[in-house]
Ligand binder design. Structure first.
Ligand code: UTP
Length: 297
């Protein structure tokens, strides 16, 4: 039976070691692309997909995230008094209604699968989405919305998939899929971080999922997998062994790996160039940099 997807889990309890020293005191998800933190992009995408309940799995040192979604009465009053209505609108987008947002603690960083399972009591017996905020996807129709629409047709579990260079497959969950056309792929098997040369394909799972309550139950049972962590991929792969459907969804859009420095910088450039208020000045700067580089060579 297919049901509306109204709950999303945002696992944000990781240590973000690739961004040290910044992440010593700033959660990775608060780092900004142009002027919006990564978490704001994730929330906007979830809202566009019809998500009403937002569940954050956090850890020690992430309180800046909780503050970010609080109302800021003094700031709001000051903007109102000075007639800065456009800024007030921007601020309003960051507000969450009381009761729409919940925070769970993951007490030990035991892996993405473990982080998701920390939210099991809030999910209950419903399908749910998982969004990893450090995967930022620029798309005309937001990625999760594309997936929710496809899920209305397929049911089952669904993971976002994209092709990566063969030498990069060992950094991802990788899909073994039945031959097929179009964005929806029938998954035969999936493996987390396959050893180089052993990946079943170059179709990698990236940070958007629609999952069933059965996956949540599987998470209680899966053993530690790749990297000694409890892997979400392993709990989804169990669905296949249990005879249930799993689909890959080849989304339309460009994904930036903002968990890595190079990906974050690429996203910064792409999002700056997409902004009407920055495009001209910023592209002139990039052109100048390019000519300086060519002149120096
Ligand atoms: P990453 O593999 O990117 O790990 O986690 P990380 O800790 O965030 O970053 P690095 O590798 O140390 O730089 C992917 C997602 O899973 C969450 C992270 O917060 C991120 O959203 N995660 C990971 C957890 O919530 N808990 C974990 O135990 C592990």
């Amino acid at each position: 039976m297919k049901r509306k997807v109204t709950k999303a889990i945002f696992p944000v309890a990781g240590m973000g070691t690739r961004f040290l020293p910044a992440t010593k005191s700033v959660p990775k998800e608060i780092m900004t692309l142009v002027d919006r933190p990564l978490i704001q992009y994730a929330i906007d995408e979830a809202r566009a997909a019809g998500i009403e309940d937002f569940i954050f799995v956090t850890s020690r040192g992430k309180s800046a995230l909780e503050d970010y979604f609080d109302h800021a009465p003094d700031l709001e009053a000051s903007l109102q008094a000075s007639g800065k209505m456009a800024l007030l609108d921007i601020l309003n987008d960051t507000n969450m209604d009381s009761g729409a947002i919940a925070y769970m603690r993951q007490h030990k960083p035991l892996g993405l699968g473990h982080a998701v399972s920390c939210a099991r009591k809030l999910i209950g017996d419903e399908p749910f989405a998982v969004i990893l905020p450090d995967d930022v996807i620029a798309a005309e129709k937001p990625c999760l919305q594309q997936m929710v629409e496809a899920y209305q047709e397929t049911g089952g579990a669904m993971v976002a998939a994209m092709e990566v260079a063969p030498e990069r497959t060992s950094s991802y969950g990788v899909l073994d899929v039945a031959a097929g056309e179009g964005p929806v792929l029938s998954v035969k098997d999936m493996v987390e971080k396959p050893a180089p040369g052993t990946a079943p394909s170059n179709l990698a799972v990236i940070g958007r999922y629609i999952l069933t309550p059965e996956v949540m139950r599987n998470l209680d049972e899966v053993e530690r997998g790749a990297g000694g962590e409890i892997q979400l991929t392993d709990a989804i792969a169990q669905e296949l062994q249990q005879g249930r459907d799993v689909f890959g969804y080849r989304f339309d859009g460009q994904r930036f790996d903002c968990g890595s420095k190079a990906g974050f910088l690429q996203a910064t450039v792409a999002f700056a160039l997409a902004r009407d208020d920055l495009r001209d000045e910023f592209s002139a700067y990039l052109t100048e940099m390019q000519s300086l580089k060519q002149a120096a060579q």
